[in-house]
Design a protein. Sequence first.
Length: 418
Amino acid sequence: MVFSLLFLSYCSVSYKARKYPDKIVHGYVAPGFEEVKEEFIRNFAKRKENGSAVSVYYKGEKVVDLWGGYRDALTKSKWEEDTKVIVFSTTKGLAAMCLAMAHSNGWLDYDEKVATYWPEFAQNGKENITVRQLLAHEAGLCLVDEVFEIDDLADFDYIANLMARQKPLWEPGEKHGYHLSTMGMYMNELMRRIDPKGRSIGQFFSEELVKPLDLDFYIGLPDSIPDEKLAKVYYPSLMQFIFNMNKMPEKMRKDFRNKKSILYQSFKIPEKFSPNSRATQRVEMPSGNGIGDARSIAKVYSIFAGGAKELGLDRETIELLVQPAEIPPAGAFDIIMGLDTYFAYGFLKPGPDLLYGNNQSVFGTPGAGGSYGFADPENKIGYAYVMSKMGLYLVNDPREMAVREAMYRCIERIEKRN
């Protein structure tokens, strides 16, 4: 029933996008960026989009700020200028910014052992894991032996004790595999240990990034934000999943069907995670429950692309973030995701076969279903795309990729004229 209603909703928005695009897509594009709006409209007319937003900052100026479709595809409630949506793992990049600021402040050394800051971490073979290895997904800490639920994330001490007891799944530093659900919990406790005020990632982000930059983004959504401001996320149907599994790497296809695989188990951490529930939205989960709008993500990445002087970030920290990722001894193959990936300092970096910018300085993170946020320091870009209907691509969702590539074409033309 839900799939049928969603299909009818798509047909409705697709027809309107073709016939009356100004009734579906709203916002602003600066002169020279018209092609981004054209591709954004095509997402609704041709690529089965239901509700989304895209924002681009270029050389410190907002040049694209578009939104359209429905924040709830079933009720056909419109996506408004201030609509917010959960962005899943795109949150990881925003959490990594907090640790980058801690590094700049002198609170954190990426090459220091995690246990130096968090002594209880030094259990079960984790004594020598460095912060750099942890944030590069090389620590082998993808799973948690004990079952816990989403509400338990509100108890930071309880979660810290669980994570400190965990045993690595492989020799740390030898290879890497995506810490899909656990990374945010380790980042959060690390921040609590190094911040002189003992703040969590969500608290630090709110006080040190949201307030000074006037962002509309939360890692831990306040109850004061009404439901009418939130887009409702829809997972792909079972049939869509089955018929599109060929778009996934072979290992990922197998692991999704194997309940004992690390990938399958990762999606069960924590229990009762549901993107549209207040219980999930309320707690701080830097791995994947950040909620906000595209312009906030693009704006903060724009600040970082420009050196983050407004935030007091030092040059040494920025120079680390723009470097290509170091590949572990076993190679670039991600044993969880089943393809080559490149991680550094909590961000996904581009690699030879995983491109999402046109140069190696880019850093950011994608989110499940199609969202993306990144900084391009070479071109001085801050970019973000968010949506409510989840796609099936690991990276380079056709909807997101279309507007991103249009953005780069626009900038290339602008640079040639100048």
